[in-house]
Write a protein of this length. Structure first.
Length: 477
């Protein structure tokens, strides 16, 4: 089966570019040739007029000094147009012909018409007598002081032939330029569209094989098509990573949901099959309720992350002091830290003020502290620290826990990711993903530093609010 591209070659981009290139070249060449043609014609006409005026003045001067006899003597020096003689006519004040040079030689222009015309008393009068061949006799007339008319003319045959030859050259050049310009345009289009064809092949292979690891070849020229290939490769890289993340997330979600759902089903089935008393049935319902709460927690956290990443979270944005946030979170987790024999402290400057939602910030800091407490052994420490400078306000949560390997550190912000050392720990693997989504939605950034058995530090940074905003009333959580 032939594609539309093959059945309609004029729809192909390279053919269109070649045609446009050919048309543009032809327009430019035509414009140059036409402009030069009219310039040449104007130049030739000016030369003919100058030559006729020169001869007219010459014959007028001879007539004033030597009369009609002098004009006849001067005219007799050359015979006919073969010797490039000029047309000469002398007439009375009433335009009665007194002398006309080589009458038969100028018959094709019908010079008898000159005797039928009226001429003014002053200035030069120009008359063009056409011939059947297309050229003309260019005649200049002047009236002398005694009323005598002196007329001198020149055939434009030479200029006519010269311009005709030039027109023929123009046609030949245009005929040659058409295939040459099309071939040149096709070659340029083929070379210019080579990266685009490579990109098309890559996209087709991806479409046919669903292998998102394929990449377009970058020429390294730095032009627009090379930039397109680079952006395409970058986009495909992101798509590949997103698909990988989605697959991993689905696997993790399935893994995390399978256990509570299986527990609920087994508990319900055992309760239905057994003959237990009301107390055991009540305990079974309580277990099912706890497992359903665990499932809902996973789903709700995933929804919160998605809303934060999409910027759909409805928050009351205002100026918030991180001192209040840190105090609230420290008090909230103080009992948990005490039970685990972990020292939980805070050290936040009073000028750590950011623009955001106090509830969302409390969840962010709470997730960081909860994560730190989970992976810190008894006798360890967790510290909430906040600082600010002229540009940024940042809050960090330090712990002396088990740390994170260099391989896992970049992945801790991914949804449902939990390193091998944390698989046995209870958790959804969504806390840090929520932190990252919420902070970036508020215009901040997140960072993580850690090493195995040397603790971890998670930091959130926000830009310093404007001076106008700082002048308003601060909202302290």
């Amino acid at each position: 089966m032939f594609s539309v591209q093959n059945s309609r070659p004029w729809h192909r981009l390279d053919v269109s570019l070649a045609l446009w290139h050919s048309a543009l070249v032809l327009v430019i060449i035509s414009a140059v040739l036409v402009t030069s043609y009219f310039a040449l014609r104007s130049r030739v006409e000016d030369q003919d007029r100058d030559a006729v005026l020169f001869r007219l003045n010459q014959y007028s001067s001879v007539y004033r000094h030597s009369g009609l006899a002098g004009v006849i003597d001067l005219a007799s020096l050359r015979k006919g147009r073969a010797q490039k003689a000029y047309f000469v006519r002398v007439a009375t004040a009433e335009n009665k012909s007194l002398f006309q040079r080589d009458v038969d030689d100028w018959a094709e222009f019908d010079p008898m018409q000159l005797g039928e015309k009226q001429y003014g008393a002053e200035g030069i009068h120009w008359i063009s007598l056409p011939s059947e061949e297309g050229y003309a006799l260019l005649v200049a007339t002047t009236r002398l002081a005694d009323g005598t008319l002196i007329q001198v003319g020149k055939s434009t045959e030479e200029a006519f032939l010269l311009l005709a030859q030039y027109r023929m050259v123009m046609l030949v050049m245009l005929a040659i330029s058409l295939p040459v310009s099309f071939a040149g345009g096709a070659l340029l289009a083929r070379r210019a569209l080579r990266p685009l064809r490579s990109l098309t092949r890559t996209v087709r292979e991806i479409e046919e094989t669903t292998r998102f690891s394929k990449r377009a070849v970058e020429s390294g020229t730095g032009d627009e098509l090379d930039e397109l290939a680079r952006v395409f490769n970058s986009t495909m890289g992101r798509i590949e990573r997103l698909l990988k993340t989605i697959r991993e997330s689905l696997d993790n979600v399935a893994h995390d949901l399978r256990t509570p759902m299986t527990r609920m089903r087994n508990r319900a089935q055992n309760s239905l099959e057994g003959t237990g008393d009301v107390t055991s049935l009540r305990e079974s319902l309580i277990d099912c309720l706890e497992e359903s709460d665990h499932v809902l927690e996973i789903l709700n956290t995933l929804m919160d992350i998605a809303e934060a990443e999409a910027g759909l979270t409805k928050t009351a944005v205002k100026l918030v002091s991180l001192v209040g946030i840190a105090t609230y979170v420290r008090d909230l987790y103080a009992e948990v830290a005490e039970e685990q024999e972990i020292k939980l402290t805070q050290d936040v400057w009073d000028n750590c003020v950011v623009r955001g939602d106090s509830l969302m910030l409390s969840r962010v800091v709470g997730n960081l502290v909860d994560n730190a407490l989970k992976y810190t052994s008894p006798g360890g420490t967790v510290r909430i620290e906040g600082r600010s400078d002229e540009k940024f306000v940042w809050l960090s949560v330090h712990d002396s826990g088990i740390g994170i390997s260099a391989e896992d550190l970049p992945k801790v912000w991914e949804r449902l990711f939990r390193g091998d050392r944390s698989r046995s720990r209870r958790g959804l693997g969504l806390g840090l993903s929520f932190v990252k989504a919420a902070v970036e939605a508020a215009g901040g950034t997140v960072e993580a530093e850690s090493a195995p058995d040397q603790g971890s530090t998670f930091t959130v940074m926000f830009p310093v609010p404007s001076v106008e905003a700082l002048g308003r009333e601060l909202s302290v959580s």
